[in-house]
Design a protein around this ligand. Structure first.
Ligand code: ATP
Ligand code: MG
Length: 419
């Protein structure tokens, strides 16, 4: 893409009411547009980052057999009454709305009920199980505070998956398979080392724990206790001597850290399936309950988290796998030979499958370099009078200050293999 064709520009000012650093950076760089507190729209560069994260998650969910669907935002009240989750006293962050005739509707904050409902016409035999269903789409929650930018939205993007098993034993297998897939997701997102599977509260209807995936970062709202050797953690919310004993964790091995909850997985037993009348018939013809699990990842929270976590004083710093483009190509000065060389390099890299944002504007060098830093694209390549004269290109990584002069072959090498 050419910068001259990208409708967003970097901004000098940000909305006065925006206090979260992740949103400030993303707004300044033109990645998102703030509609109101806790509600952000994705501009072209932000959309590319969001899609890149979603693509990694989708890939790992498909790899374990997940089947992708898209549920609706509008929800019938009756469905949620069956599981006793409609009442504001039970679930306090519903957005609700009405049809013209007065009928009440809910605006999707989670999708256990709708997913179970949608399976009823299709699932009734042991042959239909096990099964994973997932989606990546917006959720709506009337959060009390929305001061953390993309980390806590009132409208946000979640990946939610639901598993359906014949037995408790089969459920545990499915559950552990997702937990392993989650670790691969966070690895691929560039936060594998700092993300821990974390024991947490299981919710109000189970004695069991849930597992959160917490990324250690000073920007986090959560407090966890990390056992570095075992690579597990325990959420402060359940940190008691009794729980530690139950989990076989000793206090001495734990270090307190701030963290961001990027994912959360729960055993659901058969609460939702039973309540919504989803059963299966086993080999002997007997009706049995279906054991469910649910598995969330905060996709848009990850955009904000990664933005803020890796940023430096000059701007964003995207990990390679999720950056909106691989290369920020700067053309300095606008004489014909420089334009011709830069245009040719742009075409050449594009046809080699390397995604380039080509700064072809007639702007001052200082502005182009500042934008390159703010946008946080991993590789910066400069074409100038000097490089043209020497028949090379200047290459610099966003994370390093060293520059190197490279011929075409060497440049392509560093862009594709990092060597
Ligand atoms: P939290 O405790 O942070 O409010 P939660 O436990 O209510 O989150 P879940 O229902 O488990 O959230 O949702 C799954 C994932 O979705 C969370 O792990 C988190 O990453 C993300 N998420 C939840 N609420 C929000 C929100 N308001 N904005 C952005 N992401 C969110
Ligand atoms: Mg949670």
């Amino acid at each position: 893409m050419r910068s001259s064709q990208l409708f967003t520009k970097t901004r000098k000012t940000i909305p006065a009411d925006e206090t979260a650093r992740n949103a400030q950076l993303l707004i300044k760089a033109g990645y998102v547009h703030k509609m109101m507190a806790g509600v952000y729209a994705y501009m072209p560069l932000g959309k590319r980052v969001l899609d890149n994260i979603a693509a990694i998650i989708r890939d790992e969910m498909n790899a374990i057999g997940g089947q992708e669907v898209q549920m609706t935002a509008l929800q019938p009240k009756e469905l949620w009454e069956k599981t006793d989750r409609w009442d504001d006293k039970k679930v306090d962050n519903w957005f609700k709305t009405r049809l013209a005739n007065g009928v009440e509707l809910g605006v999707g904050l989670s999708h256990e009920e709708p997913v179970v409902d949608s399976l009823r016409p299709f699932v009734d035999s042991y042959r239909d199980l096990p099964l994973y269903v997932y989606q990546i789409q917006p959720k709506f929650r009337n959060e009390l505070r929305a001061k953390s930018g993309l980390l806590r939205g009132r409208e946000f993007i979640m990946k939610d998956m639901y598993s359906f098993a014949r037995t408790q034993e089969q459920h545990m297998e499915l559950y552990e398979r997702v937990a392993a897939a989650y670790l691969r997701v966070f690895e691929r997102l560039g936060i594998g080392e700092s993300t821990y599977r974390t024991y947490a509260d299981g919710g109000y209807f189970t004695e069991k724990f849930s597992d959160e995936f917490q990324t250690v970062s000073p920007i986090g709202e959560d407090t966890i206790y990390v056992d570095e050797n075992k690579r597990i953690a325990i959420n402060k919310e359940i940190y008691t001597d009794e729980t530690l004993a139950k989990l076989g964790i000793s206090k001495g091995d734990l270090v307190e850290k701030r963290s961001v909850e990027v994912g959360n997985i729960f055993p659901l037993e058969s609460k939702y399936s039973d309540a919504l009348d989803l059963y299966y018939t086993d080999e002997t013809g007997e009706q049995q309950s279906i054991i469910m699990g649910c598995y969330g990842i905060g996709v848009s929270r990850l955009v904000g988290m990664i933005a803020e976590h890796f940023a430096d004083e000059h701007g964003l710093v995207w990990p390679e796998n999720i950056a909106p483009f691989r290369v920020y190509l700067i053309r300095l000065e606008s004489n014909e030979q420089i334009i011709r060389t830069a245009d040719a390099l742009y075409e050449n890299l594009q046809s080699a499958g390397i995604e380039v944002l080509y700064d072809d504007r007639d702007a001052r060098p200082g502005e182009k370099f500042a934008d390159a830093d703010l946008l946080g694209i991993p590789h910066r390549v400069v074409v100038s009078a000097k490089t043209v004269e020497q028949g090379v290109f200047e290459h610099k990584l966003r994370t390093e200050s060293a520059k190197s002069m490279r011929n075409m072959e060497s440049l392509k090498n560093v862009l594709t293999t990092g060597a």
